[in-house]
Write a protein that binds this ligand. Structure first.
Ligand code: SF4
Length: 476
């Protein structure tokens, strides 16, 4: 069979025949990597191709028998459109990934079959059923083809080495195609987190030997695309010790708890860790409590961040805006905190209640969801009614914070500081990352305004003054 595996892209960043330029944003993407795993799971008798709409146009007339599409919630409308067009040509279309797992019944209306959860177990059964003409509507790990939402993942898993060779044509468009995963899930239960929802509060990991064998095939620099690389402390210690002789350099993501274990920080650095994406999320203790993330403990942010930096590891901070205890002052306060903590790069997200999460259920029950267009569930749009400000203020403030953090003078200053304190490599990486985020923001027209210093009262005051001078009645 000819199998086409597709990663859809949003309208603004999609490469099409009449818009062939690849936006820099694509460089920071890693979501195509699950498709390289699905390709590796496919028996060699089949012919597999991967198309990532972020970096090349999708040909709807492509020769194929089966189409597989993986997508997050924000890309669901595009995935449904792609499925519709291929199905109209009589192709079999299969869905997988986060949205398909968390909204299987909705997804099933657009696809011939839906893979729920991880693909490792389901994909080969699905292909065998397809060959025997008995394709089921749902496939889930551990056997069974029902649409039940309860999963029972093991604590250990095996996965083949991803087919990175299938990205050879487009590899230059990614910051790296050398992504490796040691484990899936996290073990924590933050109420907004779709990772926890997808993995049902479980964490599972590969064997150290399997990870090392894969690393030996890779160049020096790579990324661990784990959800929380320190989720199992004994495991990460064992892996890091074994990695030291390999002399690799890598980045990953984990919880802030990494700062509480100085020995682990030293070991991570010795094993080649040079940067971590860490969900700082908020500077409010009340918000952390509401979201079930008290382990972040915002009273100790500065000290913990200092310890991570002192270990020679840079930080990209994840920030969430629009939590229930956020007032219009949150944007200035957060910017001040990021600058004082000397954070090198930040990813600003507007709170987005993703389907399948406890947060989504809470918002639904409270009648606070205001927008059901899934394409807006991209962490850049307000899709609910905020508690501490208006939706307009939240949108404007989030944009303002992003634009302020990535102001050119601030990017250059951070690079200079990095050069003096951490060396040329972290400084160069920080500079490149900062300029890429800045490019993205400008391309999307992000600028915003600071709701705590809204110009609207000034405008309103001017109107009143003008009305008084002209002897007009006072407007409401
Ligand atoms: S720590 Fe991170 S990955 Fe883990 S549940 Fe919380 S947000 Fe999700």
């Amino acid at each position: 069979m000819k199998i086409l595996l597709i990663l859809p892209a949003g309208e603004r960043v999609r490469v099409t025949p009449d818009r062939p330029d690849v936006p820099r944003r694509a460089m920071l993407r890693f979501s195509v990597l699950p498709l390289t795993v699905v390709a590796a799971l496919t028996p060699p008798a089949h012919d597999v191709r991967i198309i990532d709409e972020n970096v090349e146009p999708l040909d709807f007339a492509a020769e194929c028998d089966v189409v597989g599409i993986t997508f997050m919630t924000a890309l669901a409308p595009r995935a449904y459109e792609i499925a519709r067009r291929f199905r109209s040509r009589g192709k079999i279309v299969i869905a997988g990934g986060y949205h398909a797992t968390l909204c299987p019944e909705e997804t099933a209306a657009y696809f011939d079959s839906v893979v729920i959860g991880d693909a490792e177990d389901a994909w080969s059964r699905l292909l065998a059923d397809l060959a025997a003409r008995r394709l089921q509507k749902f496939y889930r790990p551990g056997g069974g083809c029902g649409s039940e939402r309860r999963l029972a993942p093991p604590s250990r898993y095996q996965t083949p080495v991803p087919r990175r060779d299938l990205l050879a044509r487009t590899a230059r468009h990614y910051v790296t195609v050398n992504a490796v995963q040691t484990g899936r899930g996290c073990g924590h239960g933050c109420r907004y987190c779709s990772i926890t929802a997808f993995h049902r509060h479980t964490y599972k990991r590969r064997s150290v030997e399997a990870v090392l064998a894969e690393l030996r095939t890779l160049p020096r620099d790579f990324i661990f695309v784990d959800d929380n690389i320190i989720a199992d402390r004994a495991y990460i210690r064992e892996l890091c010790l074994a990695m030291i002789p390999l002399r690799k350099r890598w980045v990953s993501q984990c919880s802030l708890e990494v700062a509480d274990d100085p020995a682990l920080l030293r070991l991570l650095h010795a094993a080649g860790c040079r940067g971590l994406f860490i969900g700082i999320e908020t500077v409010s203790a009340e918000n952390l409590a509401t979201m079930g993330k008290q382990f972040n403990d915002c009273t100790s942010y500065h000290e913990r961040i200092r310890r991570i930096h002192a270990a020679g590891i840079g930080i990209v901070a994840g920030i969430i805006l629009g939590l229930d205890h956020d007032a219009p002052e949150v944007f200035e306060r957060t910017l001040r905190f990021l600058q004082q903590a000397q954070i090198g790069a930040v990813q600003v997200n507007i709170l987005t209640p993703l389907p399948g999460t406890p947060l989504f259920d809470d918002m639904q029950r409270a009648g606070r969801m205001t927008d059901r267009d899934w394409s807006h569930y991209d962490f850049r749009h307000v899709v609910f009614r905020p508690a501490g400000m208006t939706a307009t203020e939240l949108q404007a403030g989030a944009d303002w914070l992003y634009a302020q953090f990535y102001r050119l003078d601030r990017i250059l200053w951070r690079a200079l500081r990095g050069l003096l304190t951490a060396g040329w490599l972290p400084a160069l990486l920080g500079l490149k990352l900062g300029l890429t985020y800045r490019y993205d923001n400008r391309r999307e027209g992000i600028s915003g305004w600071n709701p705590a210093r809204s110009r609207r009262p000034v405008v309103a005051g001017s109107v009143l003054l003008l009305a008084a001078c002209l002897g007009l009645p006072r407007p409401d």
